[in-house]
Design a protein around this ligand. Structure first.
Ligand SMILES: Nc1ncnc2c1ncn2[C@@H]1O[C@H](COP(=O)(O)OP(=O)(O)OP(=O)(O)O)[C@@H](O)[C@H]1O
Length: 273
């Protein structure tokens, strides 16, 4: 039963007329919903590989414009969480919702739902040019507009002059930018980044951080798995920490830095590595 006294404040307010209740005054500013539907919501996610429980009742959510990082030691379950979101592994239980509706179970359908991801292994194709990597993922027919969109995306990543180069001739940081450009050319509404800073130097990591912020500022929700702790804690709005498949902490980067369990399970190990 609700024990909150209702009488005093509510009794003092004049009753609104039926008309006033039905039509807000024209000057009233539009109000954002108190809890917008997250772009991605994961709830009670459990994944098992035979006898090994890789994820155990994991939950998190990412809203439009937000950057959420999943961190944790090797084997904590971060990539498994990514793969479950992408339909690459079948959960034992739990729900994965995109904009409030069940996510497609097949990875091939993700693009139609505004989801793009980068891969730890990049997944580029030797022999294809840089431009083709960014032009071909666009919907058919791929006319002039697709070529222009691809070139604009390459320019954004400082790859414009490399457009015609076979991708395998590029150094690793540039190849990594091609993979990111390929994900972004579809203007995703949810971007999944698997260790985007791995193997990059300081300048490339700074550029990556600027790009990810810009993408989020444009309204895309970003989910990021990353071991580079300073990068993550400087970039993410919220951080979820996994250990042995369970969420051991979730909160702002500041809260995570000060969390004793996270320090013991992960941050302390990273610092001494
Ligand atoms: N396809 C699979 N078959 C069997 N076990 C798997 C499979 N994929 C992952 N695992 C196991 O599930 C657990 C979680 O692995 P996962 O790769 O998700 O961890 P992670 O946090 O991404 O680790 P890392 O930081 O090393 O990439 C590990 O014990 C791993 O060995």
């Amino acid at each position: 039963m609700d024990a909150t006294p209702r009488s005093a404040a509510h009794a003092a307010a004049p009753a609104p007329s039926p008309d006033a209740a039905a039509t807000p005054p024209p000057s009233a500013p539009p109000t954002a919903p108190a809890h917008p539907t997250p772009r991605l919501a994961v709830d009670g996610l459990t994944v098992a590989f035979g006898g090994l429980t890789a994820l155990d009742d994991v939950g998190f959510a990412v809203e439009a414009g937000q950057i959420l990082a999943l961190i944790g030691p090797n084997g904590a379950g971060k990539t498994t969480a990514f793969n479950a979101v992408c339909g690459l592994v079948r959960p034992k239980s739990g729900r994965i919702l995109l904009d409030g509706a069940p996510a497609p179970a097949r990875p091939s359908l993700l693009r139609d739902h505004g989801v793009a991801r980068t891969l730890q292994g990049l997944g580029l194709f030797d022999g294809l040019s840089v431009l083709d990597h960014v032009r071909l993922p666009q919907p058919q027919p791929r006319g002039r507009a697709a070529g222009e969109r691809a070139r604009a995306e390459l320019e954004r990543h400082g790859l414009g002059d490399l457009a015609d180069r076979p991708v395998q001739t590029l150094p690793y940081p540039e190849r990594k930018r091609v993979a990111l450009a390929r994900a972004l050319v579809a203007d995703p509404r949810l971007l999944l980044l698997d260790e985007p800073a791995g193997g990059l130097g300081e300048d490339d990591i700074d550029a990556l951080g600027r790009t990810v912020r810009e993408v989020a500022a444009g309204g895309c929700a970003v989910l990021l798995v990353e071991h580079h702790v300073d990068f993550v804690l400087g970039l993410a709005d919220r951080v979820v920490v996994l250990d042995f498949g369970r969420v051991i902490a979730a909160g702002s980067p500041e809260a995570i830095r000060g969390d004793a369990a996270v320090e013991a399970a992960y941050l302390g190990l990273q610092a001494s590595a």
